[in-house]
Design a protein. Structure first.
Length: 401
C-alpha cells in the first residue's frame, strides 16, 4: 500500500508539472492523448453543451456557452492544485506520515491522511503555519520542494491569466471592426458590396492584408493556448470563427471570379486563414469530424442562395453566375476549408456565417447610406431643421452666384 501511494503521488506530481508546462510555458502545439488538460475539456465540455441544450432561448444558451471559457480556466487551475496537494499527501503517507502532530495522537489511518493533506495544503499555498513539523531530513526536503512548487504555481497563474485576456482582447478588436465592413453577422457578399466604390479595391486589399496578419496571430495564440477557442465574443451575432470563415468566403469569391491585385492578396489571406482554421481544428482534435463533414458533403451554398448572391453581386460585374468554370473553381476551393469550418462549428457550437446577409428591420449601414444619398428629406428629417439655420438657406444663397 505504501509503494502504491508513492507511485500514485509521483504520478500526480509529474503529471501536473508536465501538463502545466505544456499548457502555459511551451510555445508550440502540445502533444499527448492523456494530458490532464485535454481529458478535462473532454470530460466537461460535452456535459456543459448537454445542459445548455435544455433551454429553448438561443440568447440564454449563448450566455451559458460564454461562461464556460473563463470558468473552465479557474476550474482547471483548481484541479491542478488539488492534484498537487493530493500527490504530495500520498508521498508523505508512503513515508509513514513522518510529522509531529498534536492532533494526531491515535495514529489511525484517517488521522494520518488528514495530517498529510493538511501539511501538503498549507505548504503548497505557502502558509507555513508550523503547527506540524517534519521528523526527518528527507521530509524537510520534500516540504521545501513542495513550497517551491507552490510558489511557482502561483506565479504562473498570475502571469497566465493576463496573457490570455490580452490575446482575447486583441482578437476581438478585428472581429468587432468587421461589423462595419461585412455586416453583423459578417457575410462575404456584404463585404464585397461595401467595398464596391471608387477606390474600394485598395481598401479591400488593405483589409485582406490586415486579416492575413490577424490569421497568423490567431494561429499562434490559439495553438499555444487552445482554451481561447472557447472564449466567445461580446455579442451573440459575432464570433472569431464566423469572422474567419466569412473572410475565407470572400477570398474564395475573389480568387475564382476576379483578376488583379485583389485576387493576389486574396490568395495570400486565404492561405493563412485556412492554415489557422485547420491547425486549430487539429489542436482541438476535430480532424475526424472534418473528414465526416467532407464525406457527407454539407453545402452552405445552395442553388437558391447562389441565385440570391448573384443578384446581390450583379452590380459588381463579377463573372460568377453563368460561368461554369468559375463555379467549378469556387466549389473546389470551398472544399479546402468548409469541412474544417463545419467541424469546429459543431464542436464549439458557433454558427457559421451565411453567404448573403439575412434581411433586417434596422440596419445602421443602410440608414447611413440612405442619409448620404438622399439627405435628411429621404429619412423624413427635414422637419427637424430650424428655419433659422444657416444650412437651411445655404442652397438659396448659392443659387444667387
Amino acid at each position: 500500500m505504501r509503494i502504491a501511494s508513492l507511485l500514485l503521488g509521483l504520478f500526480f506530481y509529474f503529471g501536473v508539472i508536465l501538463d502545466a508546462f505544456q499548457t502555459i510555458i511551451l510555445p508550440r502545439r502540445p502533444r499527448g492523448r492523456f494530458r490532464i488538460t485535454r481529458l478535462f475539456y473532454i470530460a466537461t465540455w460535452r456535459p456543459w453543451i448537454a445542459g445548455a441544450s435544455f433551454t429553448k432561448s438561443r440568447k440564454v444558451r449563448e450566455q451559458i456557452y460564454s461562461i464556460y471559457g473563463p470558468m473552465s480556466l479557474l476550474v482547471l487551475l483548481g484541479l491542478w492544485a488539488v492534484l498537487l496537494v493530493s500527490g504530495f499527501a500520498l508521498i508523505y503517507f508512503s513515508l509513514g506520515t513522518p510529522f509531529a502532530d498534536a492532533l494526531n495522537g491515535r495514529r489511525l489511518l484517517f488521522d494520518d491522511l488528514s495530517t498529510n493533506l493538511y501539511v501538503s495544503g498549507t505548504t503548497l499555498f505557502t502558509l507555513g503555519l508550523g503547527d506540524v513539523t517534519p521528523k526527518s531530513l528527507l521530509v524537510r526536503a520534500l516540504v521545501v520542494i513542495e513550497a517551491g512548487t507552490g510558489l511557482g504555481f502561483v506565479a504562473l497563474v498570475i502571469g497566465y491569466v493576463p496573457v490570455l485576456y490580452q490575446a482575447f482582447s486583441h482578437r476581438e478588436v478585428s472581429v468587432a471592426m468587421l461589423d462595419g465592413r461585412a455586416g453583423s453577422p459578417p457575410t462575404a457578399t456584404e463585404l464585397l458590396r461595401r467595398h464596391a466604390y471608387q477606390g474600394g479595391e485598395a481598401e479591400l486589399i488593405a483589409l485582406l492584408a490586415e486579416w492575413e496578419r490577424w490569421s497568423a496571430e490567431i494561429l499562434e495564440s490559439h495553438i499555444s493556448y487552445p482554451i481561447l477557442s472557447y472564449y466567445r465574443s461580446q455579442h451573440d451575432n459575432q464570433s472569431w470563427l464566423s469572422a474567419l470563415v466569412s473572410v475565407l468566403d470572400a477570398c474564395a469569391l475573389l480568387i475564382t471570379t476576379v483578376e488583379g491585385a485583389a485576387a493576389r492578396q486574396a490568395q495570400l489571406t486565404f492561405t493563412m486563414a485556412r492554415h489557422a482554421l485547420v491547425d486549430i481544428g487539429h489542436v482541438l482534435h476535430a480532424e475526424r469530424s472534418a473528414k465526416e463533414k467532407e464525406i457527407k458533403g454539407l453545402d452552405r451554398l445552395s442553388s437558391d442562395t447562389l441565385r440570391a448572391m448573384c443578384e446581390s453581386l450583379g452590380d459588381l460585374h463579377m463573372r460568377l453566375c453563368g460561368d461554369p468554370e468559375s463555379m467549378r473553381r469556387l466549389s473546389a476551393i470551398r472544399m479546402l476549408y468548409e469541412p474544417h469550418a463545419h467541424a469546429l462549428s459543431n464542436l464549439l457550437k458557433m454558427d457559421l456565417p451565411q453567404w448573403i446577409p439575412a434581411p433586417k428591420k434596422a440596419d445602421t449601414w443602410k440608414t447611413i447610406a440612405d442619409l448620404r444619398a438622399g439627405g435628411p428629406e429621404a429619412l423624413g428629417m427635414a422637419e427637424f431643421v430650424s428655419d433659422r439655420s444657416t444650412a437651411s438657406h445655404l442652397h438659396d444663397e448659392l443659387q444667387g452666384f
